[in-house]
Design a protein around this ligand. Structure first.
Ligand SMILES: Cc1cc2nc3c(=O)[nH]c(=O)nc-3n(C[C@H](O)[C@H](O)[C@H](O)COP(=O)(O)OP(=O)(O)OC[C@H]3O[C@@H](n4cnc5c(N)ncnc54)[C@H](O)[C@@H]3O)c2cc1C
Length: 449
């Protein structure tokens, strides 16, 4: 009897961000041979890290956090053997602070699951008991009640008659952090998804996870992982055109003049890059063209002494929104610590206005605000700063644009679409990217079985 060795189906993944990484991992697990091509010389896309030459510190292109409910991301990292680097059993409580010396602490980890979240909200001292109870009631209703279709978060909060202080101190920070959008334009169904999955998802869903290493370390094993399973990663290679036979996509042409052919192409790229590949005429391209983007500005500051501040702080009443004490959160070398003992990152999301300002103005503002909020920082000397403006950090998902998100299996045969901006039902996040990649890979594998 002869054994017939069937050739594996080949899946070409375009884009080595989180969506492409997830697609490559899942397509491999589904039995396909994967070729991942990434235009840049590194993996990770909008979630990457690099070494800062002066301090020796590893910096991210912007501080990222994950949540326990990031099941798709964690599944991918588990395959790559890096899930533990997210600190999944070591969640970080959030301290809130203002320049008026107000302090509060959201620590939802004393009880398991949603009970912990409820207890955490009930212990917030900045709101009256009536405000806390109303906040919880509204949170539960929003999570499990009807989907607030066609509404912005601001319209929803107005309908709920939420007091201004609760909006400014709870809802706004939550929406800026999770949706990267002002409440006036953020789509309310995405807030519902966050509440439902993160706050009321049960188990450890509500854990705030801060990677303990530079982001790139999370994806580092991918090339070897793929190579061990018959696949490959090609960095510094850009897809410039989709190859078609009739209406079917059969591969990609690359900027080195070569062609790569396969049974399926997964385009795991942002909308504008998809538009370039598709040309302006298809439905998918028209949808891709409709998305605006929103910046995130990250400010790294180094001081001559460790700053006596909590690891994660949400700031009230300042332009700076979040502060992360990188000295406590991230592995640093002894040399970096000796030279630059204090090291923090300040995040400003939905930063359209801030992103237009010069870097030195932004750094000075972050330093000033930090000193105003934490008197303990006052004696510290700022030794160095570095500002990173990610002008297209995420797409802006509004009630108008949300319905334009593409599904993994679009209208073009042989082509599958992934990316944080596609129709995952989630805000444009690491989790949305990972979920979209997995969905696209499964759709591709199903069709080619
Ligand atoms: C500063 C900042 C902070 C953030 N904070 C958080 C956070 O705290 N938590 C969270 O969950 N999310 C956060 N996000 C969002 C998160 O980073 C993104 O949602 C996610 O990384 C998007 O992944 P992606 O794979 O969809 O897209 P991308 O990362 O953009 O990947 C697309 C890749 O495709 C490549 N590419 C494009 N065109 C081509 C082509 N023609 N050929 C080959 N390659 C191509 C690009 O070079 C890129 O590497 C943040 C984003 C930023 C920028």
């Amino acid at each position: 009897m002869h054994t017939v060795k069937t050739r594996k189906q080949r899946c070409i993944v375009v884009g080595g961000g989180v969506a492409g990484i997830a697609a490559a991992v899942e397509a491999t697990l589904q039995g396909m041979e994967v070729v991942l091509i990434e235009a840049r010389r590194y993996l990770g896309g909008r979630a990457r890290s690099f070494r800062d030459d002066t301090s020796g510190d590893v910096l991210d292109n912007g501080q990222h956090v994950a949540m326990g409910c990031y099941a798709a991301l964690r599944y991918v990292l588990r395959q790559l053997g890096t899930e533990h680097l997210l600190g999944p059993d070591d969640p970080v409580p959030i301290v809130f602070a203002s320049a008026g010396n107000e302090r509060d602490r959201f620590d939802p980890y004393r009880l398991p699951g949603a009970a912990g979240v409820i207890a955490g909200v009930l212990r917030l001292r900045s709101f009256s008991l009536a405000e806390r109870l109303r906040l919880l009631q509204r949170g539960v209703l929003a999570a499990f009640g009807p989907r607030p279709e066609g509404k912005t978060v601001a319209a929803l909060l107005e309908r709920w008659k939420q007091p201004q202080t609760v909006i400014e101190r709870f809802w706004e920070p939550l929406v800026l952090a999770t949706l990267n959008a002002p409440i006036e334009s953020a789509d309310a169904t995405l807030l519902r998804a966050v509440l439902r999955r993160a706050f009321f998802g049960g188990g450890k869903s509500h854990y705030l996870l801060v990677p303990r290493v530079g982001l790139s370390e999370l994806w580092e094993p991918l090339p070897a992982w793929l190579a061990g399973r018959g696949g490959q990663v090609q960095l510094g290679l850009q897809a410039v055109e989709l190859l078609r036979v009739g209406d079917r996509v059969i591969g990609v042409a690359t900027d080195d003049g070569e062609e790569i052919r396969g049974n399926a192409v997964i385009a795991a790229v942002p909308p504008k890059a998809l538009l370039r590949l598709l040309g302006p005429e298809s439905d998918a391209a028209r949808a891709a063209a409709a998305f605006e983007t929103m910046p995130i500005v990250s400010v790294y500051l180094w001081y001559d002494r460790p700053l006596d501040i909590p690891p994660v702080v949400g700031l009230w009443g300042t332009t700076s929104q979040w502060v992360f004490d990188r000295d406590r959160l991230i592995e640093r070398s002894d040399d970096s610590r000796r030279q630059f003992p204090g090291h923090v990152e300040v995040t400003i999301s939905a930063a359209r206005h801030v992103a237009t300002q010069p870097a030195e103005t932004i750094a000075a503002l972050a330093d000033r605000e930090l000193r105003a909020v934490f008197p303990s920082v006052e004696p510290a000397q700022l030794l160095r700063w570095r500002v990173i403006k990610e002008r297209a950090a995420t797409v802006l998902l509004t009630p108008k644009t949300i319905s334009l998100r593409l599904t993994p299996h679009g209208s073009i045969a042989g082509l599958f679409v992934a990316g944080d901006w596609t129709a995952t039902g989630l805000p444009a996040t690491l989790e949305s990217a990972a979920a979209s990649g997995i969905a696209a890979a499964r759709a591709a594998a199903r069709l080619h079985r």
